[in-house]
Design a binder for this molecule. Structure first.
Ligand SMILES: [Zn+2]
Length: 509
């Protein structure tokens, strides 16, 4: 039997961008679209062209830039909307117009103030008009999850006759249960006589945390297109997450017996890009792309994974583009995990020395929740931690404002050069960036920030800000922490701490 392929329709740039605080500018949208193409997304919903001139322009630019994926523009069931969508997507190699109209009585009566008969007529008219412009037409029956099945089947049949090649069945408000939603798809497949002329699509929302489960249930029942977003961002609780559906199909090939075009090795990179551009962080325990998705802390789990990955990992982190699974070292970690990390840090120690370090490690882990690479280095090079810092920040000042270019001045003493005082200034995108650039000019360390977080450790406007960061140097991660009521100062302290640790490591080695 020939294996079916699931069409991945990504709506990160439309539904995802609609989520609170997730808006992206023109350039950012273009970057995401190019990455979605690299990821292997079949259809990119680039935006809602009639909604604003900015949206129109970005859909148009994406249509011009993307070559492999289809580019869709959203439209309500009106000529004006459909014409605008076409004017924006027509530049695409594979353009698609996505027309939506509500089919639930609640939406028909309360929102649109129409009758079912009027809705049926509007849907057919819109699809026919769309088809006169574009050969690829998708029709969405908005709020299908709560629509009357007889009426929904009637609408689906009519729009297919009018020329729709994809019929989307959205659970717009995330109301349905997986088995129930799957049964709806099966019923549509059974009852709509011309259903074989179109692809059944689903668009599930996550209000009850079931968007992915509902999408997978729909696939089991014959849906062949899923609408989803990167990191599951979207209206309210979000949409079905692309990475979870793609990996479920990949991890359980015999269960689903379908394929897809997603290059899963690009998932992690895409997730990072979308979260950094939208500012919507990925929760640490998020499936597939969360920071802890491949982190094991329990000693038994760590020991198992080191012996054979499959013991506690159902996916290979490399398959989603995560370089390696991170074994978080903490009080539950055993010898095996610690010794492995010591080895990977480049140390060759005798077993007696290893045992001594393990004892010290256990004591430290009782006090500190997570043990980083630099903590281990400190244990090995016992005096490294207590040693006098090499670079000391003696002066720091930064200016910023709406009409000024963020500028910073720092003065640092180099204890290697008999406390010689060095001074530098730099500009940056913000006061912290400017400060870091000024510090870099003096310390000349090959160090790259990988993580930066700022939190208030007390309340009120005079709260202490605590900056915690991680930076990479020669393949190792060094952490830094700084506290101050001035966040720029806290940031500078944290950065200096990481630099000093890295410098001490270089010296010792
Ligand atoms: Zn939606």
């Amino acid at each position: 039997m020939k294996q079916d392929k699931i069409i991945f329709f990504d709506t990160t740039l439309r539904d995802g961008e609609q989520s609170p605080g997730a808006s992206m500018n023109f350039q950012e949208k273009l970057l995401v679209a190019k990455q979605l193409e690299t990821l292997g997304v079949d259809v990119i919903e680039a935006g809602f062209p009639i909604s604003s001139p900015g949206d129109f322009e970005s859909v148009k630019a994406i249509a011009k830039a993307v070559k492999k994926s289809s580019v869709a523009g959203l439209a309500r069931a009106s000529e004006k909307d459909i014409k605008a969508a076409w004017d924006a997507v027509k530049y695409a190699k594979k353009p698609r117009i996505h027309i939506f109209l509500a089919t639930s009585d609640l939406h028909i009566e309360k929102k649109l103030q129409k009758t079912r008969a009027q809705i049926l007529e509007m849907a057919v008219k819109a699809v026919k008009y769309g088809k006169s412009l574009c050969k690829d037409i998708e029709f969405s029956a908005e709020d299908a999850g709560r629509s009357d099945m007889d009426f929904l089947c009637k609408v689906v049949e009519a729009v297919i006759n009018a020329g729709a090649s994809t019929v989307n069945i959205p659970d717009t408000v995330g109301y349905t249960m997986p088995a129930e939603f799957g049964a709806k798809i099966a019923e549509i497949k059974k009852r709509v006589p011309n259903i074989n002329k179109a692809i059944i699509s689903v668009h599930c929302h996550n209000d009850l945390g079931l968007a992915v489960a509902n999408s997978l249930s729909a696939i089991e029942n014959g849906a062949r297109q899923v609408e989803c977003t990167i990191n599951g961002i979207g209206e309210r609780a979000g949409n079905a997450s692309l990475e979870e559906i793609a990996m479920a199909i990949k991890v359980r090939p015999h269960y689903y017996n379908v394929g897809h075009n997603i290059n899963t090795k690009e998932i992690y990179k895409t997730s990072k890009l979308v979260s950094s551009l939208t500012g919507v962080a990925v929760q640490v325990n998020k499936a597939v792309v969360g920071a802890n998705a491949f982190a094991h802390e329990s000693g038994i789990h760590q020991d198992g994974v080191l012996k054979s990955r499959e013991t506690y990992e159902i996916m290979n982190p490399a398959d989603v583009g995560v370089p390696e699974s991170s074994l978080v070292l903490g009080k539950h970690s055993g010898r095996h995990a610690l010794f492995n990390r010591i080895k990977s840090l480049g140390y060759k120690l005798e077993s007696k020395a290893l045992e001594q370090i393990f004892e010290k490690f256990k004591v430290l882990a009782d006090k500190k929740k997570v043990i980083f690479d630099d903590d281990i280095v400190a244990l090995i090079e016992e005096d490294a931690a207590s040693e006098k810092e090499i670079f000391s920040l003696v002066y720091q000042s930064a200016t910023s404002g709406t009409a000024t270019i963020p500028t910073a001045t720092v003065r640092i003493t180099d204890n290697n050069k008999k406390d010689k005082v060095l001074q530098e200034a730099a500009c940056g995108v913000g006061p912290v960036d400017a400060t870091y650039r000024a510090i870099d000019k003096i310390t000349k360390m090959d160090i790259k920030l990988t993580d930066f977080s700022l939190k208030a450790v007390s309340s009120g406007v005079d709260a202490l800000g605590e900056v915690f960061l991680k930076a990479k140097h020669k393949g190792m991660i060094f952490s830094g922490k700084g506290t101050s009521t001035d966040i720029v100062e806290a940031s500078a302290k944290a950065y200096m701490q990481a630099i000093n640790k890295a410098k001490a490591f270089d010296k010792k080695k």
